[in-house]
Design a binder for this molecule. Structure first.
Ligand code: XIL
Length: 371
């Protein structure tokens, strides 16, 4: 190991004894936030059991490992604004306080999306879609209230989430049908007006695997720039699978996205080990064929996952000046949204919250990269 690498190990170990003393934390190994390039944010999406402090093992892990958090569900439209005149901020306030208390960069996710948004937002009279003026007014009220409330406390917002189809055309979401293609520009304007200092992001998935979708994201960024509307970064969600995207795909995606001038974020990183076909309907038991790892992950797959994560981080590190943040979509395998009735293993900590080989390999890559 290089001198520098060794110094990093030592300082990571010093951080351990300074912050803990508890064997539960010592068992976690080194902290990712102490190993990433300086200036990088590294984080996880947290759920309410975590931000409310009930899941104490996960809370220790999040506190020790990460310098940023994202809200898995708590700041979505339906969580904050279930009815036109009713906002529900209690759990969201606790999420923001959780991050601020720990000196973390607190992320907002998200303001405008076709999913997890209550019907009333888009409804007009007699079952029709609301007209442009009405829908824009609702969008503005939501954005100005929510962004305004957390002004100075939230670092950045996913302003628009998943506006694209896989072929790069604009998704025909109710927002677009009601307002028109400029709904994206208006959302960014409203967010900027509510907090001129908060970072503003466009966030989507498959930007690394699908060049035509990435071209669509680049069109959105350039359109905002041409209109003189601020956008600070683009998020590739990073819902990846073993082998897709490849390291070369990730490299190309970051290069192309960064060429627009905005920074790149990996916002929802996880690696799905199960086929999407065969996922059970909600509440139904999975078929045994669709749930191959119900009794545990075979060692060869465990090692392949570790290699995939290591390769991914190696590429991310070659782009260390292009990337501002890497956020995992969850902390441990048991928390992941990818289980859905099956046993999936997409993250760096296992169901017992023990670090997996993928964690060890990511740590090794982080300890040995050279500037
Ligand atoms: C997911 C959450 O993880 C789940 O708990 C919820 O049931 C559905 O949403 N893209 C996004 C995230 O932008 O908000 C989604 O989160 C995962 C896909």
């Amino acid at each position: 190991m290089s001198r520098r690498g060794f110094a990093r190990v030592l300082s990571a170990a010093a951080g351990l004894t300074a912050t803990t003393g508890s064997s539960r934390l010592l068992a976690q190994g080194p902290a990712l936030k102490e190993l990433v390039p300086s200036g990088w944010l590294i984080g996880a999406a947290v759920n309410q059991n975590q931000s409310d402090g009930r899941d104490t093992v996960a809370v220790d892990l999040i506190t020790r490992q990460f310098n940023t958090i994202s809200p898995e569900n708590l700041l979505k439209f339906q969580s904050l604004h279930p009815e036109p005149d009713r906002f529900t901020f209690e759990a969201a306030d606790r999420y923001v306080a959780f991050g601020r208390d720990r000196g973390m960069a607190v992320i907002g996710h998200n303001l405008v999306w076709h999913s997890q948004t209550p019907r009333w937002v888009w409804d007009g009279p007699d079952g029709a879609l609301a007209d442009r003026t009405t829908m824009l007014a609702r969008m503005r009220t939501h954005i100005s209230t929510v962004v305004g409330r957390y002004k100075g406390r939230i670092r950045g917002w996913d302003v628009v989430n998943e506006a694209l189809n896989d072929d790069g055309t604009l998704r025909d979401s109710p927002w677009r049908r009601g307002i028109g293609d400029d709904y994206i520009a208006r959302a960014f304007e409203f967010a900027n007006a509510a907090d001129p200092n908060v970072e503003l992001y466009y966030n989507d998935y498959n930007l690394a695997t699908r060049p035509e979708k990435r071209a669509g994201a680049i069109r959105i960024i350039k359109d905002l720039q041409q209109r003189g509307i601020r956008i600070d970064a683009v998020g590739e969600q990073g819902h990846w699978r073993l082998g897709a995207p490849t390291a070369a795909d990730v490299d190309r995606a970051i290069t192309e996205l960064r060429a627009t001038g905005v920074k790149v974020l990996i916002t929802e990183l996880d690696v799905n080990l199960l086929a999407s076909a065969g996922a059970p309907a909600p509440g139904q038991p999975p078929s045994p064929e669709s749930n191959p790892y119900a009794d545990g992950l075979p060692d060869d797959v465990q090692q392949a996952l570790a290699r995939y994560y290591a390769d991914a981080f190696r590429v991310l590190l070659t782009h260390r000046d292009d990337i501002a943040r890497v956020t995992f979509w969850g902390v441990s395998d048991g928390d992941s949204w990818l289980n859905r009735g099956r046993a999936n293993y997409p993250l760096l900590w296992d169901r017992q919250r023990r670090p997996k080989p993928a964690f060890d390999d990511v740590v090794k890559v982080l300890m040995t990269w050279r500037p």
